[in-house]
Write a protein that binds this ligand. Structure first.
Ligand SMILES: C[S@@+](CC[C@H](N)C(=O)[O-])C[C@H]1O[C@@H](n2cnc3c(N)ncnc32)[C@H](O)[C@@H]1O
Length: 360
């Protein structure tokens, strides 16, 4: 269901031409904007209604006046700041950069995780491997490397991951618990945040978190001592190993931002295995950020760009789904969709699925 808005070219010619130039200097303006933020220059402008001089920007940022002018003039011609009689102030774009938490999370993620690796995009597209990942470490996928990232890289990766899914968890709970599940398996449960929400929401439910062994070890550390943690079990597994069998007997199998980590054929295989883990009448809940089910074009944009991270940094072969592809995978795994709820958190859609009843 890719929106009709992508059919027509709506931009006036001059804006289109300017955007082309912005793209050509994309890496430069990204870094300039990031430094304007990290050195507190945007914040200083926000707090000073009459604007600031380059000397004041230099003093605040601890940079030379030369450096401050470089940043300010780049920002001015980009459009994040305005100029009036020797003083610089924030434009609406500058305000949005400062005020929108999603922009902050995306910038940190792009700088600390993606920036250097993106140089290898073309190689990754050709080889089907995440060729940029070598910039971070010697792993086959980023998921194996998560426990070994630097603290700052971890903060940015988990900040990005949690920002998107955390915002949707609370809204998903009543939908998942409407069927009164007593056993839930969270595949790709990461640091156990959803599992913790479940055991707080329902005093009887038990949750198994299945994830890579390094991840479930981190999950154990993060949940230890929290109320309800004794009802969370860990199952360390590489879902791609082909030999590990998932545990079974679950009323609900939950997968949040998990299937987008795998190729098309792997997704179908994982869904089949998830279905085999269900008790009769059980449900599979898939929570994904489907890029063409978004209300706002900025969200569609962010998600489609995140697909490129999967190509270059994560695993080389997965992406943020469009609705048609995800529907096709669900169907190919012998499942049918009972309901889809859009608009959870910032950008999530929740698919409730069950094994399809064969035609009589
Ligand atoms: C994008 S995170 C999603 C985490 C969490 N479910 C959420 O919604 O925030 C994907 C998770 O899948 C796990 N994962 C990736 N590849 C895996 C594999 N081959 N086997 C098991 N888990 C894997 C990662 O370790 C990570 O915890």
């Amino acid at each position: 269901m890719i929106h009709g808005k992508y059919r027509k070219d709506h931009l006036p010619a001059r804006i289109a031409q300017e955007l082309a130039h912005v793209i050509a200097f994309g890496p430069v303006i990204f870094q300039v904007t990031r430094v304007m933020l990290s050195r507190g220059i945007f914040r200083l402008m926000r707090d000073r209604s009459d604007g600031i001089t380059p000397a004041e920007a230099a003093e605040k940022s601890g940079l030379s006046e030369y450096a401050a002018k470089i940043l300010l003039e780049s920002s001015l011609t980009l459009g994040t700041v305005l100029y009036n009689e020797g003083r610089y102030s924030l434009s609406k774009v500058g305000w949005s950069i400062l005020a929108d938490p999603m922009v902050k999370v995306n910038m940190d993620f792009n700088h600390d995780i993606n920036y250097k690796g993106m140089y290898h995009l073309e190689e990754a597209l050709c080889s089907g491997r995440p060729e940029g990942l070598a910039e971070l470490g010697p792993w086959k996928t980023i998921y194996e490397g998560l426990p070994y990232l630097t603290e700052r890289q971890k903060e940015s990766w988990f900040g990005f991951d949690h920002f998107y899914s955390d915002s949707a968890f609370d809204q998903a709970l009543p939908i998942v618990f409407a069927g009164r599940p007593s056993r839930i398996m969270d595949i790709g449960g990461n640091t156990g945040r959803w599992a913790m929400k479940c055991v707080s929401y329902d005093p009887d439910v038990r949750v198994t978190v299945a994830d890579l062994p390094g991840q479930v070890a981190m999950m154990g550390e993060q949940t230890a001592g929290c109320p309800g943690a004794e009802r969370i079990d860990a199952f360390g597994t590489d879902i791609l190993s082909g030999t590990d069998t998932l545990p079974s007997g679950y009323d609900v199998v939950w997968m949040s931002q998990f299937l987008d980590c795998f190729s098309d054929t792997q997704v179908v295989d994982i869904l089949e295995r998830a279905a085999a883990a269900l008790v009769p009448g059980g449900r599979i809940f898939i929570m994904e950020t489907v890029w063409d089910r978004q209300k706002y074009s900025a969200a569609s944009f962010d998600l489609a760009q995140t697909s490129v991270y999967f190509t270059v940094m994560a695993n080389g072969n997965s992406r943020m789904f469009n609705a048609e592809d995800l529907d096709r995978h669900i169907c190919a795994a012998g499942l049918e969709t009972v309901a889809v709820t859009d608009g959870l958190g910032y950008a999530h859609s929740l698919y409730e699925c069950r094994p399809a009843v064969p035609d009589r």
